[in-house]
Design a protein around this ligand. Structure first.
Ligand code: ADP
Length: 524
């Protein structure tokens, strides 16, 4: 860079010098030409006086440098005049010789030839040359001193800037004379940079402290591929890193960060972070005042997202489950409408329609129970023994119909709880034990309290569950294949039980052996 600059400067000097020499040369030539013109003019003026003198004194002898030639004289000069020139001239370095025609009554009479010494141009040329040279050196001297001063000025300014660089930001940088405007300006500049830097640092520190207050992950992105700062929640959910690479599996998330840099309006979106199985509501906020960094906040919305998905799935399940009995009712009603059925068939179809309507009613009832939002669970003292006794009494016809042996071991437990929910839990479990235990089977119901918690158990030696079935029985509308055909039900009973147990902050446990029986234990 420096050598290039030097080369350029040398080239400029050479070109400028050549132009200057050329100008000087042209000046000297034009000066010489001017002198020559003046010399010729002077000789021509003299010729008029000599002509006058000859006319007045025709016999007078002229000095050596004046010559009269006859009209018949032929030489190069007279030839030029004969060719039409007004006069002929022969110029040497030292003299100028002019040959002028002389006429008398319009007829060529002869020629007057005058030789005169030339004004010496050497001195003038030399003077111009010397003056030019002096001018050149003076200009060069001025230029060099100016350059030297400029260089010194630049060096001084650079060293002042360097000293600002080295100074601690908390003190005034340069001590100088008062009239040193550059130093004063640099001091001002330095102070202003210091103020800006301080305010910048302060803002940054404030922001960095501020993000720690939030319980959701936040990070500050520097816009150039690095994370400048993360809060504790971020470190907890992701990693203690400054490397944006942790997001490399999430191309769409990274592309949003890039988009953000191009179009700085606030952008927000929900992203699924597969590695940690979580949904985050991501919001990117440009921080123009902080070197165009970006504040990226990440709110964990996994629960909300899952609830949303569960709602969607629930609606889909409910619609699907409702379709089957509805289709059946519609189909048999159409057959009956045609009137081509025997009265026996008609009775059979009407019975099916009735059964499917009951199933639909049960579905509606259970769906409503399942979706019921218990914002405030009312609790009062409930005699759990009498609740169970009432349920068992209600179930007596089914028990005797299947000739089941039911044993109970019930303590007199009074607990502060929600009567309806407890009733629903007990009833569903007892009903299931009756439904899924074949003829002559055994059912055992027990109720105890350990002082703090209530333990309710229903055991049966019924059909039991395989491991796969056991894992799924709390799913909505799930019915183990065997039970679907023979036993009525909606597949919602245990979902309702689980929901109620959760709302009462209790637990439910299932033990079952396929073909041998099941035990459901509720603690609350
Ligand atoms: P439903 O009884 O209406 O079918 P539930 O949600 O109450 O629906 O039960 C879901 C499934 O769990 C039942 O269909 C049945 O296959 C199984 N199940 C529930 N209780 C028992 C039990 N005591 N013994 C064996 N299987 C049971």
């Amino acid at each position: 860079m420096v050598t290039t600059l030097k080369k350029i400067r040398l080239r400029v000097i050479i070109i400028a010098t050549l132009i200057y020499i050329l100008a000087l040369f042209v000046l000297i030539i034009s000066l010489n030409q001017n002198i020559l013109r003046t010399d010729i003019k002077r000789v021509l003026n003299t010729s008029e006086n000599v002509e006058d003198f000859i006319l007045k004194h025709p016999t007078a002898i002229l000095p050596d440098n004046y010559k009269l030639l006859s009209a018949t004289d032929k030489n190069d000069e007279t030839k030029k005049i004969a060719d039409g020139a007004l006069y002929a001239e022969t110029v040497t370095e030292k003299s100028v010789q002019i040959t002028i025609p002389r006429y008398e009554e319009g007829k060529l009479k002869g020629y007057l030839q005058i030789v005169e010494n030339r004004t010496s141009s050497l001195f003038e040329s030399f003077a111009v040359f010397i003056f030019g040279l002096l001018f050149y050196f003076a200009a060069a001297f001025l230029l060099i001193t100016r350059l030297y001063h400029n260089r010194k000025f630049i060096q001084e300014t650079v060293s002042k800037i360097r000293s600002i660089e080295r100074s601690p930001l908390t003190q005034s940088y340069l001590i100088s004379q008062e009239d040193d405007k550059i130093t004063i300006a640099l001091n001002h500049l330095g102070e202003s940079i210091q103020r800006q830097a301080e305010s910048h640092t302060e803002k940054k520190e404030n922001l960095y402290e501020f993000i720690e207050f939030f319980e959701f992950p936040i990070f500050v992105y520097n816009g150039r591929g690095k994370i400048s700062k993360t809060n504790a929640a971020f470190k907890n959910d992701f990693a203690d890193t400054t490397n944006l690479d942790i997001f490399s599996p999430y191309a769409d998330f990274l592309s949003m960060l890039v988009d953000k840099m191009l179009q700085p309006d606030i952008q927000e979106k929900i992203y699924y972070f597969e590695r940690i199985s979580a949904y985050y509501h991501v919001r990117v906020l440009p921080l123009q005042e902080l070197d165009n960094r970006f504040l990226v906040s990440m709110m964990d919305v996994t629960r909300y997202q899952r609830t949303l998905e569960a709602h969607k799935a629930f609606i889909a399940d409910v619609s699907h489950e409702f379709k089957t009995p509805l289709a059946s009712i519609k189909g048999f009603a159409e057959i009956l409408e045609n009137g081509k059925t025997s009265s026996k068939e008609a009775r059979q179809f009407a019975a099916i329609i009735n059964k499917e309507s009951q199933r639909l009613t049960a579905l509606v009832h259970d769906t409503l129970l399942l979706t019921k939002q218990n914002n405030r669970i009312e609790r009062k003292k409930v005699n759990l023994l009498s609740v169970i006794q009432e349920i068992v009494k209600k179930a007596a016809p089914q028990i005797s119909e299947k000739n089941l042996f039911m044993k109970t071991e019930l303590s007199n437990v009074i607990q502060k709880t929600n009567q309806q929910m407890v009733y629903s839990i007990f009833e569903n479990l007892v009903e299931n034990a009756i439904k899924y235990t074949p003829q002559n089977g055994k059912i055992f119901v027990s109720l105890h309290s350990n002082g703090k918690k209530v333990i309710f158990t229903v055991s049966d030696n019924g059909v039991g569950l395989t491991e796969v079935q056991k894992a799924r029985i709390f799913e909505r509308f799930y019915r183990a294949d065997e039970s679907r055909s023979s036993v009525s039900g909606t597949g919602l009973g245990l979902s309702i039980v689980e929901k109620n147990v959760q709302e009462l902050k209790g637990t439910i446990d299932v033990e079952s052996v396929f073909g041998e029986g099941s035990t459901f234990t509720v603690t609350f």
